[in-house]
Design a protein around this ligand. Structure first.
Ligand SMILES: C[S@@+](CC[C@H](N)C(=O)[O-])C[C@H]1O[C@@H](n2cnc3c(N)ncnc32)[C@H](O)[C@@H]1O
Length: 294
């Protein structure tokens, strides 16, 4: 389901309302009904994502990987997942006049650029949310990343490009080779030192349409700003007028009974599942969203 929840709700609810007689219509509040339906569609999208994550996890496990000790991913945080899904639909609408949600009429290249592929969880989210292209820069230190990329490519042929190598070099090199590539959404979620996050922020800026004739807007996201290191890079980017923050989500870590689950329950060197339940709610991961400034 890669249609925006708001649009789906508008289409469905208006169709239903038009079938009702005037008396019934007067008794129902169309705005409230649309809002309620939008929330239902959003939840369905989270569930769809979770089901796909389960398949991906099964695939990695079937190849002998222990998915509980993998590096963490945005999928462990429900509020991050919601924000990312909602932002994607908002961005397609803003940039591509989405009466044509799937981009088939206007040949839109709905492009997400991210540093940090890991097990492909964020890439999967973007693809399910309608990205026609995900360019994912990945160091390639984990063999499971390749397996996950293969699984995603089977399901989304031609829509995922994993660029291997250290992003300090691979992002500028990619931009030099493909200077016209432009990102609608940028996610910084690679190396977590201040220098890593800073360089990724600076280099990815080159891949965003910011010029005076910019035809497209963009959303910039930085994950794990609760890490002092990443937070410092983000603060510096704002202080220097490189980017501006529009908001932040803080999310609890997903517990077993709370979705979306993640194959990865690894956190700060420990396994989340081994931590007493009482402590888990105090853990929060934050993801900021904003924009680059021209
Ligand atoms: C937190 S994980 C990414 C999670 C992913 N975005 C998601 O939400 O599913 C970080 C990833 O960044 C990669 N990484 C670390 N340093 C990097 C670098 N210098 N260049 C490219 N990738 C890097 C790691 O190998 C790891 O796979």
């Amino acid at each position: 389901m890669d249609v925006s929840p708001e649009k789906t709700a508008t289409v469905v609810v208006e169709k239903l309302f038009s079938a009702l007689d005037t008396d019934m219509r007067a008794k129902l509040d169309v705005t409230v009904t649309k809002k309620a339906f939008t929330i239902k569609v959003q939840e369905a999208q989270v569930l769809q994502y979770r089901a796909a994550l389960q398949e991906l996890t099964n695939h990695l496990q079937a190849h002998g990987y222990n998915t509980t000790t993998m590096e963490g991913s945005t999928s462990s945080f429900l509020e991050k997942v919601r924000l990312m899904q909602t932002s994607a639909h908002r961005q397609w609408r803003a940039n591509y006049n989405n009466d044509d949600e799937d981009g088939s009429k206007n040949n839109a290249e709905k492009t997400v650029c991210e540093v940090g592929f890991n097990a492909g969880h964020s890439a999967l989210l973007w693809l399910l949310a309608g990205a026609t292209r995900v360019i994912s820069f990945e160091l390639g230190q984990y063999t499971y990343s390749q397996l996950a990329a293969g699984w995603l490519l089977d399901r989304f042929p031609g829509r995922l490009h994993v660029v291997p190598g250290d992003s300090h070099k691979s992002v500028p090199a990619f931009h030099a080779m493909y200077p016209y590539e432009r990102c609608d959404i940028v996610l910084v979620d690679g190396g977590h030192t201040t220098e890593d996050a800073w360089d990724d922020l600076i280099h990815l800026k080159e891949m965003v349409d910011l010029g005076p004739d910019a035809r497209k807007g963009h959303i910039l996201m930085v994950d794990d700003t609760n890490y002092l290191t990443v937070g410092a890079a983000w603060a510096e980017a704002q202080a220097r007028g490189i980017a501006i923050e529009d908001g932040e989500v803080r999310s609890h870590y997903a517990t077993e009974n709370y979705f979306p689950f993640s194959g990865s329950l690894h956190w700060n060197g420990g396994l989340a599942t081994e931590v007493p339940e009482a402590i888990v709610p105090n853990w929060a991961g934050s993801l900021v969203y904003g924009r680059y400034l021209p």
